[in-house]
Write a protein that binds this ligand. Structure first.
Ligand code: IPE
Ligand code: IPE
Ligand code: MG
Length: 247
């Protein structure tokens, strides 16, 4: 698959809804937690692959606002897995020149998870390779509410005129300000939905769904998704002729 990739036409930003950990565990007779542990192995594998081929941004949906409503033991297990994974992987992120970012309502994270996240973000902040964005305690609606509040405050304080509000104003107030919109969205685990992920930013993303459970997702699966992406014609509302004039 890797040979089929056109490295000159890579998506600049790949976003992934990493779903299916629980079902993978169930299928194999394990506790759901084992699925999350194995999911962390896939993260490692895919971050490495994305860096190797030269993807600029990789955003991983790791924990949604709605995931706080899961049983307390599962939430706690996920939060401590975050700490151990970050501690274990920071050295490799440094070695691979990966810069870590996080988006979401990070104030809701337990102090220990927040601290190790902040530490890794700081430590990798001078890296210049792949930008790895973790969406944690993230939801698109939460983000839009926050952006709306911030813009409303600016309007009240006369820092911005209502008629000057543009699409850019909104983009700049989202947690992804400065990050190009995803070109390709991958969802593993067989569901065909967005689950409150980057709804504004995904407006023109190419969507790729696979039945593969996240703990089984490997480099080859990523290449396959990108090869599929490269076969598509992105029209952004225009006609095929407009975006691809016949020579
Ligand atoms: C995705 O896997 C990981 C998180 C949402 C944290 P799930 O835990 O949702 O796995 P399924 O969908 O139950 O199989
Ligand atoms: C989406 O998966 C969130 C993450 C992968 C972090 P969910 O498993 O929470 O989504 P739903 O509940 O099936 O829509
Ligand atoms: Mg799920």
């Amino acid at each position: 698959m890797k040979e089929q990739l056109d490295l000159t036409r890579l998506p600049a930003h790949v976003a992934i809804i990493m779903d299916g950990n629980g079902r993978w565990a169930q299928k194999n007779g394990y506790d759901r937690y084992v699925g999350h542990q194995e999911g962390a192995v896939s993260v490692r594998n895919i971050v490495e692959a994305a860096g190797e081929i030269g993807i600029q941004y990789l955003t991983l949906y790791a924990f949604s606002t709605e995931n706080w409503n899961r049983p307390a033991e599962e939430v706690e297990a996920l939060m401590s897995l975050l700490v151990t994974t970050i501690h274990r992987e920071t050295a490799d992120l440094m070695k691979n020149n990966v810069r870590l970012w996080a988006i979401g309502d990070l104030d809701r994270l337990p102090p220990l998870s927040r601290a190790s996240l902040d530490e890794c973000i700081e430590e990798t902040s001078r890296n210049t390779g792949l930008n790895l964005v973790l969406a944690l305690s993230y939801s698109s609606r939460w983000e839009m509410v926050e952006a709306t509040k911030a813009i409303a405050r600016q309007a009240i304080e006369d820092e911005i005129k209502i008629d000057q509000i543009t699409e850019n104003t909104i983009s700049e107030h989202l947690t992804t300000a400065g990050v190009p919109d995803p070109d390709l969205l991958i969802r593993t685990g067989g569901e065909h939905r967005i689950s409150n992920f980057l709804m504004w930013q995904l407006s023109y993303a190419e969507l790729y769904f696979t039945n593969v459970y996240w703990p089984e997702f490997r480099k080859e699966n990523l290449y396959e998704a990108i090869v599929d992406y490269q076969k598509r014609e992105r029209r952004f509302g225009q006609t095929g002729e407009q975006v691809n004039p016949k020579s």
